[in-house]
Ligand binder design. Structure first.
Ligand SMILES: N[C@@H](CCC(=O)N[C@@H](CS)C(=O)NCC(=O)O)C(=O)O
Length: 240
């Protein structure tokens, strides 16, 4: 039976899990949840995830939320079909990935997320308010600090965040680093090694990366060019 995957193209953890599922070649049926029309609060979706968030994976009668937990479930359940480098069995290599995963939610996701919220999401969702000018400036400063930590303390002279092979840490991180570019902000401008890493990750994840990011790029193009309310741009793109 196919795995059921519920996602939204503008959700970072959704894009990360979706790329990974595509990379595994597992049989997956996909369902877009339209966050721009609040579908996550529909009675049907609340039965699937009462915490009204994507991504969600349904495997038979087992329902799992949270991007990283979904990745881990898929890696463990289908370990024979999944290349070791994504989440290495070697204790030290695996611990390096765990080290990044522990850092991810409270740092990369949170601080790139705040800038995304101020500069993009507040224009896309009526319930989301931007920060004051002063707080928004501070959020950019904090995001720059995390970008420098990613570059100087994780990446260093390696090809990828946790070593010279790509892992799920890179898939999760790249989504957050790219997210604020939706408004045209260049998040890696001051971090050349991080910019090169983004390109390396894309290249390693292609063709699945471009396939999964297609709708994100389209929303970004329209977001930057149009004065239309952004939620309607997003709806048009994802309902095509
Ligand atoms: N910690 C969760 C975060 C999930 C999350 O924040 N999902 C957002 C989109 S990125 C969402 O569905 N928001 C809708 C809502 O909260 O109503 C994960 O890693 O999967």
């Amino acid at each position: 039976m196919a795995l059921q995957f519920y996602y939204n193209p503008i959700s970072c953890p959704s894009r990360s899990v979706r790329i990974f599922l595509k990379k595994t070649g597992l049989l997956v049926e996909e369902h877009i949840i339209d966050l721009s029309s609040d579908e996550q609060h529909s009675p049907e979706f609340l039965k699937i995830n009462p915490r009204h968030c994507v991504p969600v994976l349904k495997d038979g009668d087992f329902i799992l939320t949270e991007g990283w937990a979904i990745l881990y479930y898929v890696i463990e359940k289908f370990s024979k079909e999944i290349d070791d480098h994504w989440y290495p069995k070697d204790l030290r290599k695996r611990s390096r990935v765990n080290e990044y995963l522990s850092y991810h939610d409270g740092s990369t996701r949170q601080l790139f997320g705040k800038v995304f919220q101020d500069e993009c999401l507040s224009k896309m969702r009526s319930y989301c308010k931007p920060s004051s000018e002063e707080d928004a400036k501070e959020n950019v400063k904090q995001m720059e600090y995390v970008a420098s930590q990613l570059q100087d303390t994780f990446l260093k002279d390696q090809k990828f965040l946790c070593g010279d092979e790509i892992s799920i840490a890179d898939i999760l991180a790249v989504a957050e680093v790219i997210q604020p570019t939706l408004s045209g902000r260049d998040t890696t401008k001051n971090h050349p090694k991080l910019a090169a890493w983004v390109e390396r990750v894309k290249e390693s994840l292609n063709p699945e990366f471009d396939e999964v990011y297609k709708q994100f790029y389209e929303v970004r193009r329209n977001f930057m060019a149009s004065s239309e309310p952004s939620s309607s741009i997003e709806r048009k793109v994802i309902q095509e």
